[in-house]
Ligand binder design. Structure first.
Ligand code: F6P
Length: 327
């Protein structure tokens, strides 16, 4: 089968913003222009595709953004794109602008949209993984994750000063509805006494004995890091349960969206540049319905269905190690 040549590439960011999305956008725009393609940015993800917020850009449009957080072309979580009507409207708009290939920069919700769109319209799309959650199969890291971990770590270090000074017990909630990657790595790097992730059932009784025993053995501060999606509840709920069982007073800090903002780390800028560059190369080469990722420093392609359908394993040995090191 002869491969269809791409003339005009559309690019958009979608889902939760992640530091490094702008660096990926810059790489996509400049690589496409270098290869003689027309490039169009689509505002607000699928929403802008449906509403026709589409603009042809040149290389200068992405000047000075590699170091910035958020996304200059905006993002959204689109309910309308989940409907047949929304997707049809999006398809009509892409046709109107002569766009025949798309680069989607986002997370699992974004890629689910790509899968539906590909099924219906066979539209050539490549995904670039960008989410602070790091929960996509087919890449060691997603764009934004490293920055988010460092942002959370900085906060934990600061909270540790107060915890230490007051001999206090803190529960810090980090993002991650379904995945504990941020929680695990931030917890280890911040020397957390306990790490609670959605992938493992939390035993509150065991947690209470552990907290009590650490204070009894002379620890002058105690920090539990919990992912927002933990089965035992959020930080407030867990704190109340612990107080009820042990009488130990607690303070809660919910880091929330602070983890999504800020200038991307060097690691995120590099990853975004590479994945943005390779996404365009593969699109031009005729690939479709795949996500571009990096595993063991090698660029790899994964079927979009697998990238969202397969579970990326969490490092259980690291969790055990964290417990030993915090004792
Ligand atoms: O997917 C990224 C993420 O930050 C999750 O960690 C979090 O659960 C969710 O987005 C929050 O989404 P929103 O900003 O739409 O409330």
């Amino acid at each position: 089968m002869t491969k269809k040549s791409i003339n005009n590439i559309g690019v958009f960011t979608s889902g939760g913003d992640a530091p490094g999305m702008n660096a990926a956008l810059r790489a996509v725009v400049r690589t496409a222009i270098y290869h003689g393609k027309g490039v169009f940015t689509i505002k607000c993800g699928y929403e802008g595709m449906i509403d026709g917020e589409i603009e042809r850009v040149n290389s200068r449009a992405v000047s000075n953004i590699i170091q910035t957080g958020g996304t200059v072309i905006k993002t959204a979580r689109s309910e309308r794109f989940r409907t047949d009507h929304g997707r049809k409207q999006a398809f009509e708009n892409l046709k109107k602008f002569g766009i025949d290939g798309l680069i989607a920069i986002g997370g699992d919700g974004t890629f689910r949209g790509c899968i539906d769109f590909y099924k219906e319209y066979k539209f050539q799309m490549i995904g670039v993984p960008a989410t602070i959650d790091n929960d996509l199969y087919g890449t060691d890291f997603t764009i934004g994750y490293d920055t988010a971990v460092n942002t959370s770590l900085d906060a934990i270090d600061k909270i540790r000063d107060t915890a230490q000074s007051h001999k206090r017990f803190f529960i810090i909630e980090v993002m991650g509805r379904d995945a504990g990657f941020i929680c695990l790595e931030t917890g280890i790097a911040g020397g957390a006494e306990s790490i609670l992730i959605p992938e493992i059932k939390t035993d509150v009784n065991k947690l209470c004995s552990q907290i009590k025993s650490l204070f009894d053995r002379g620890k002058t501060s105690n920090i539990v890091v919990v992912a927002e999606g933990d089965d035992a509840g959020g930080a407030y709920e867990i704190g109340a349960k612990i107080k009820q069982k042990t009488g130990i007073d607690y303070r809660v800090v919910i880091l929330g969206h602070i983890q999504r903002g800020g200038s991307p780390s060097a690691k995120d800028r590099l990853l975004a540049s590479k994945l943005g560059y390779w996404s365009v190369k593969h699109l031009i080469d005729g690939k479709a319905n795949v996500m571009v990722g990096e595993i063991n420093s090698k660029i790899v392609l994964t079927d979009m269905e697998d990238s969202v359908g397969k579970k990326k394993p969490i490092d259980m040995d690291a969790l055990e190690m964290a417990m030993v090191l915090a004792s």
